[in-house]
Ligand binder design. Structure first.
Ligand code: SF4
Length: 386
C-alpha cells in the first residue's frame, strides 16, 4: 500500500501492488505523467452563501491545490499501515514490509510490491497481506484489490529462489529465503512448492479490520496480468517514440476512486469532453445534494446499529419490538451470491467444448457467497392518533 516511487513511467517498470499518491499519475493510468500544478478551472463567486462542502471545494480551487481534508485522506492509508505493523510487532509476529520482486516479462520490466510478508517460524507456511485503508469495511473484496494480490503472490512463488527480491532502499537483491533468514532469522525451503503460501486483502478502517482470503498463487491470473502490463508498456513505448499519441491509446472509461483526488484529472484523456461552464451551478448543487445524502445515510446506519445492539441486549432476535406508532425487528439474511470474475475467466479459458453439466459446475465454483447479515425492518403501527 505504501508507495515509495511515483509513476511507472518515470521508474521504467510496470508495477503490481502499488498505491499511487501525490507525486505522479497513478500506475493504472496510461499517460506518462510530468508533474504539473492544477490551476483553478472554475471561476468561483464569493462563496459566503455556499453550503459547507462547496465552500471547501472553492477554497481548494482558489488555493490552487488540494485541501487539508484531501491531504489527510491521502495520508490515511500510511497511518493505518504503520498501525498494522506496530500491532504485528506487539503480537510478536515477524514480517518483512515493502518487499519488491523484480522480473521481466519478455522485454517488459515488472515490479511487484508486497505490503507485508509473514513467514511462520517453522518455515512451512507464509502469509502475504495487501493492506487497504477504507472509511468503512466492504462486505466483499474488490476485484481490483484481489487482482493486485494475485499479481504479488504469483511472482513471489515463481521467483522464490532467484535473486530478484529486495527491501529497504532496494539497492541489493537476494533470493526470498536469503532475505527471510537475514532479516527475520527464519529458514525457508529452497523451493516455494514446499511452502504453503496464502494471501489476504486486509481492509482496515479506523474502527476495525477484515481479512479477505485466503488466495493462493494462480498462474493463469498472473499470465493475464502480465499480458495486460505488456500491452500498457507497448503503448507507453509507442508514445515515447512518437508513433502514437496519448489520445489514441485505448483506456477504460470507468472512474477510479483515485480520480476524485487526482491532481491530473483536469486534462486526463479519460475525461475528455465538451465544455459547458454554464452547467457548473447545476452540477455543484447536485454534488452538494449527494454529499447531504451521504451524511444522511451515515446517520441512518449509525442509528440502525444502535437499534440492532439494543435488540440484542433485549434478547429479542427476530421478534418485533413495538414503540408507540412504529415497531421494528432484526432479521437474519443470507449472504449475497456473486461471481468471481477471475475464476470465471480462467474457467472459461480452459472450457473448450464444455457441456451444460460442466458449465454449471464451473459457474458454481466461481460463485462467492458473502457473509450473512442482519437487516432492520421498521413498520408503522396504525390506528393511533399521532
Ligand atoms: S484522473 Fe483518474 S484515470 Fe486520470 S490520471 Fe488521474 S487517477 Fe488516472
Amino acid at each position: 500500500m505504501r508507495n515509495r516511487e511515483h509513476g511507472f513511467a518515470r521508474k521504467n517498470s510496470v508495477a503490481f501492488g502499488r498505491r499511487a499518491e501525490g507525486g505522479g499519475r497513478p500506475a493504472h493510468c496510461s499517460e506518462p505523467g510530468g508533474s504539473r500544478p492544477l490551476p483553478g478551472r472554475v471561476r468561483p463567486g464569493s462563496g459566503a452563501d455556499l453550503p459547507q462542502s462547496r465552500r471547501g471545494r472553492q477554497a481548494e480551487l482558489e488555493a490552487g491545490g488540494p485541501s487539508l481534508e484531501t491531504l489527510l485522506k491521502l495520508r490515511h492509508g500510511h497511518w493505518l499501515e504503520y498501525g498494522v505493523e506496530e500491532a504485528l510487532g506487539a503480537a510478536g509476529r515477524k514480517y518483512i514490509s515493502q518487499l519488491r520482486v523484480s522480473l521481466r516479462h519478455g522485454k517488459v520490466p515488472v515490479k511487484a510490491h508486497l505490503d507485508l510478508v509473514l513467514p511462520d517460524e517453522d518455515g512451512r507456511s507464509l502469509t502475504v497481506l495487501e493492506l487497504k485503508s477504507t472509511a468503512k469495511l466492504p462486505g466483499q473484496v474488490y476485484p481490483n484489490h484481489e487482482a493486485q494480490l494475485y499479481g504479488q503472490l504469483g511472482p513471489l512463488s515463481r521467483l522464490w529462489n532467484r535473486p530478484d527480491f529486495s527491501i529497504g532502499d532496494y539497492s541489493a537483491s537476494h533470493t526470498f529465503p536469503e532475505l527471510a533468514e537475514r532479516h527475520l532469522g527464519i529458514k525457508l525451503p529452497k523451493s516455494a512448492a514446499s511452502v504453503s503460501i496464502r494471501g489476504f486483502v486486509l481492509a482496515v478502517s479506523p474502527q476495525a479490520a477484515r481479512a479477505f482470503g485466503p488466495h493462493e498463487p494462480n498462474a493463469a491470473v498472473l499470465t493475464a496480468m502480465l499480458r495486460t502490463g505488456a500491452v500498457i508498456w507497448r503503448h507507453l513505448a509507442a508514445i515515447r517514440s512518437g508513433q502514437t499519441t496519448l489520445e489514441d491509446v485505448p483506456h477504460c472509461s470507468g472512474v477510479q476512486s483515485t480520480c476524485t483526488y487526482c491532481a491530473y484529472n483536469r486534462d486526463c484523456p479519460k475525461f475528455q469532453g465538451d465544455s459547458h461552464p454554464e452547467l457548473e451551478q447545476e452540477l455543484a448543487t447536485l454534488v452538494d445534494l449527494k454529499a447531504a445524502r451521504s451524511d444522511l445515510e451515515a446517520e441512518i446506519k449509525e442509528r440502525e446499529a444502535q437499534l440492532k445492539a439494543l435488540a440484542a441486549l433485549m434478547g429479542r432476535p427476530g421478534q418485533w419490538i413495538n414503540g408507540r406508532t412504529h415497531r421494528f425487528r432484526i432479521s437474519s439474511q443470507a449472504g449475497k451470491v456473486t461471481l468471481d470474475h477471475n475464476l470465471l475467466k480462467s474457467g472459461l479459458e480452459q472450457g473448450d467444448g464444455m457441456d451444460e453439466k460442466k458449465l454449471s459446475a464451473m459457474l458454481a465454483s466461481a460463485q462467492k457467497v458473502g457473509r450473512p447479515f442482519e437487516r432492520l425492518q421498521i413498520s408503522p403501527i396504525n390506528g393511533f392518533s399521532a
